[in-house]
Ligand binder design. Structure first.
Ligand SMILES: Nc1ncnc2c1ncn2[C@@H]1O[C@H](COP(=O)(O)OP(=O)(O)OP(=O)(O)O)[C@@H](O)[C@H]1O
Ligand SMILES: [Mg+2]
Length: 280
């Protein structure tokens, strides 16, 4: 559901409402670290490659902690006003409209800034007093400083693989946060995740994971990113619709990974080796 600024995804109230918890399979001690940081009012940065479960993790943790989750997808045009709020014309009046960060601060929600390094540093500087012990949000336009409501939590994520030095997070921002590193799950666990998320049987999941592992062993020869859990799930879902493994892997795994003809041929050969037999 798009928010008023077109960049906010919002999950309603979580927890006691009885909503089902988002499925998240823990890979290490990330749940314990997140819970400890949240309880201590510390901000969290999630680092890891695309499609490894960062967003799903935050959704699951917000649910478990019983807090609403407000997500902002960051991009390089994001302004402080997009986060904090602005005056908007309504009829012949101007009214102040809180941005997602301000709403999270007022409501005691968990605010998740996805791909935070995409935002310019002059935008993210507003996070500093929120991310440290002050837990305050200054709103210059209103001339007020809000104390974060109990329950407020700040979580940011980024993919270290993409970052140019220029776009790297400011040290002063980083050092205000507890870091949790995400990688891809071990094969047995990834098989469970793929089976659950795609609704495929254990054998199909195992085959897809074996193929994914093989791609990851390539040491990214010509690939910017390796096959994520997400693309393995997508391939599984295509097989549920009746595509063969080869068709599914070509469309959902090889295609998204590269546009390079030579690399594509290499992946096609790997598909022949690993997934030649039709599904089922
Ligand atoms: N540990 C996990 N438990 C459950 N599902 C997972 C897990 N890891 C990955 N997935 C599956 O992979 C998909 C992609 O994960 P998610 O969207 O959380 O990735 P992400 O790390 O946020 O990626 P991006 O950096 O591109 O936003 C999820 O929708 C889910 O199906
Ligand atoms: Mg994500």
């Amino acid at each position: 559901m798009a928010g008023e600024l077109g960049l906010v995804a919002r999950n309603g109230a979580h927890g006691p409402s009885g909503e089902e918890s988002p499925y998240y399979a823990p890979v290490g001690n990330e749940e314990a670290v997140f819970t400890a940081a949240y309880r201590q009012g510390l901000s969290v940065v999630l680092k890891g490659p695309t499609g490894c479960g960062k967003t799903r993790f935050v959704e699951a943790m917000a649910h478990r902690l019983g807090r609403p989750l407000i997500t902002v997808a960051c991009h390089d045009d994001l302004t402080t006003a997009d986060l904090v709020g602005r005056y908007l014309l309504q009829g012949d009046e101007t009214v102040w409209v809180d941005g997602p960060l301000t709403r999270a601060v007022r409501e005691g929600a968990i605010c998740y800034l996805d791909e935070v390094v995409e935002a310019r540093q002059d935008t993210t500087v507003v996070l500093h007093p929120l991310a440290d012990h002050r837990r305050q949000l200054p709103i210059e336009r209103l001339g007020v400083t809000l104390d974060a409501a109990p329950g407020f939590g700040l979580v940011v994520s980024y993919n270290p693989g993409y970052q140019s030095v220029l776009k790297d997070l400011k040290d002063s921002t980083r050092q205000r946060m507890v870091a949790i590193e995400f990688g891809f799950p071990a094969p047995e666990l990834e098989e469970q995740i793929v089976a659950h998320e795609a609704g495929v049987d254990a054998d199909t999941a195992a085959e897809l994971v074996r193929f994914g592992q093989a791609i990851r062993r390539l040491e990214t020869g010509g690939l910017r990113e390796v096959a994520s859990t997400r693309v393995l799930v997508a391939a599984g879902r295509l097989t549920v619709e009746g595509l063969t493994m080869r068709e599914a892997a070509t469309a959902a795994i090889a295609g998204p990974l590269t546009d390079d003809a030579v690399v594509s041929r290499g992946l096609a050969e790997m598909i022949d080796v690993y997934l030649a037999a039709p599904a089922g």
